[in-house]
Design a protein around this ligand. Structure first.
Ligand SMILES: Nc1ncnc2c1ncn2[C@@H]1O[C@H](COP(=O)(O)OP(=O)(O)OP(=O)(O)O)[C@@H](O)[C@H]1O
Ligand SMILES: [Mg+2]
Length: 230
């Protein structure tokens, strides 16, 4: 059998015995207590688990926003724990897009829809967003609209459009449907699926059974530990 042109199985992230502890006025809190798993470079990975199980903390570690306390985190084979803050910001800017839970947190309210997409592209050093993105999101014709004229669900779809405009290797999304009604959430999930189908890795944290079902891989957490990796 012919060798593949490139190895699809090289992980995007490799986490080994990762701990994250936070110092609080009442002492150290262990948010993540030693987890080991890989994130593949394609498809949707869902971090699932009850409140307080460490999902958001892990997403912040994957986003190179928070540093892990011990263990190791490799990004495309690069040990990011050893990088300076400046180097970590560089990786984040060039290769990682983040979508927050509340749609307005992802968008610049005084800019139009098209201007938001352009600003997102430029934040990753690109000249502009692909003009087909709005059509792809199912909100064609809204380019000149203000953000406030879009529904919450449309805003969240645009948030994923802004993520795509940055041409990232991975999109990290913390509970992206939790503030939406069921119909809007389904449309956002469709965008998330198609984003993964375009070859962008998606890692998302959620309680939403529909989102968990969408995952190509589910990492289940409980109290900062891995329950199972399917
Ligand atoms: N910055 C912080 N300082 C102190 N403790 C923190 C911090 N961030 C998270 N924690 C603690 O770490 C644990 C895991 O929190 P995390 O937010 O990652 O959970 P989660 O799975 O995302 O929960 P939820 O489903 O409620 O969003 C919790 O006990 C939380 O209180
Ligand atoms: Mg959370």
């Amino acid at each position: 059998m012919a060798e593949p042109l490139f190895d699809e199985e090289v992980p995007l992230y490799e986490l080994r015995d990762v701990h994250v502890r936070y110092r609080t006025p009442t002492g150290l809190v262990t948010a993540v207590g030693g987890v080991t798993f890989d994130v593949k470079p394609r498809g949707v990975t869902v971090l699932a688990g009850p409140s307080g199980s460490g999902k958001s903390t892990l997403l912040r570690v994957l986003g190179l926003i928070d540093r892990h306390t011990s263990g190791s985190v490799a990004w495309q084979g690069l040990d990011v724990g050893r990088l300076s803050n400046r180097a970590r910001r560089g990786v984040r800017r060039d290769r990682i897009a983040v979508v927050f839970q509340a749609p307005p947190d992802n968008l610049i309210p005084h800019l139009t829809v098209a201007q938001n997409l352009r600003a997102a592209a430029q934040s990753a050093g690109l000249p502009d967003a692909d003009p087909d993105i709005l059509d792809w999101l199912g909100i064609a014709g809204t380019g000149d609209w203000r953000i406030g004229a879009l529904s919450g669900g449309q805003q969240q779809r645009l948030s994923f459009g802004c993520a795509l405009a940055r041409d990232p290797a991975v999109v990290l999304a913390d509970e992206p449907t939790s503030q939406l009604d069921a119909a809007s959430a389904t449309l956002v999930l469709d965008v998330l699926r198609r984003l993964a189908d375009r070859g962008v890795a998606v890692v998302t944290a959620s309680h939403d059974p529909e989102l968990v079902a969408l995952g190509d891989r589910v990492v289940r957490l409980r109290e900062g530990l891995l329950e199972e990796a399917a």
